[in-house]
Design a protein around this ligand. Structure first.
Ligand code: SF4
Ligand code: SF4
Length: 211
């Protein structure tokens, strides 16, 4: 019951629980195609964790000595960016640089041709956001070409995971992620970007990343 054999008569190991389940429900997957990834039992040495600790220290030491006296130029082992003189966008992408056209950095709220916020307060971005970091308060629009606009629009940049779902969800291209990655603040509140700040980011980056 626990062993099966090849045509050659060679004994196979007992099927695991996952294999048995597959055998019952799917005849298209052969048992030999299933890879058992159950971790092997820990040895006594493993239980002490010392070999892993020394292995980790060895890796650290290798990187440290490999870079010694090379002023961070040993790219074989480690990428050192002499920030702020050297910036990621100045390096080749294959050399650990930033690919500006698709980089997802700090958000901006785009303006329309008349300089008004493009957002129509539809809440699609807030609904799509997996980190729940967009807070919008909609209000009746003072303009005739749309029903609503955001009275308040806040993004918590510390909660954000920069996934880009918000810009994907927006039906009017009002929210975008920019190539900017330098965002600093002394308090958590400073990292909550409100409407004015998000529009300011647009003003600063519209040349860098046109709509
Ligand atoms: S980038 Fe992702 S996590 Fe950040 S605000 Fe947009 S949807 Fe939310
Ligand atoms: S930014 Fe776009 S998706 Fe978000 S509320 Fe405004 S219009 Fe809707």
């Amino acid at each position: 019951m626990f062993f099966s054999t090849h045509d050659s008569g060679e004994a196979l190991a007992a099927p695991t629980e996952a294999q048995s389940l597959y055998n019952q429900h799917s005849m298209s997957v052969k048992p030999e195609q299933i890879v058992d990834v159950t971790p092997p039992p820990m040895s006594r040495a493993d239980r002490l964790f010392l070999p892993a600790v020394f292995k980790g220290l060895g890796t650290t030491l290798r990187h440290c000595l490999g870079n010694l006296g090379r002023d961070g130029k040993n790219t074989k082992n480690i990428h050192v960016v002499q920030y702020p003189e050297e910036r990621r966008e100045h390096r080749d992408v294959l050399d650990g640089g930033q690919y500006v056209p698709t980089f997802r950095g700090v958000h901006r709220l785009n303006r329309d041709e008349d300089g008004r916020v493009r957002c129509v307060a539809c809440f699609m971005c807030a609904t799509a956001c997996p980190a729940d970091c967009i807070h919008i308060v909609g209000e009746e629009s003072p303009w005739e070409d749309r029903e609503k606009y955001p009275k308040q629009f806040d993004i918590d940049e510390l909660r954000c995971i920069f996934c880009g779902m918000c810009e994907e969800a927006c039906p009017v291209d009002a929210i975008e992620l920019t190539p900017r990655y330098e965002i600093v603040g002394l308090t958590r509140n400073e990292m909550i970007f409100d409407k004015a700040k998000l529009l300011e980011v647009y003003d600063q980056t519209c040349e860098e990343k046109p709509m």
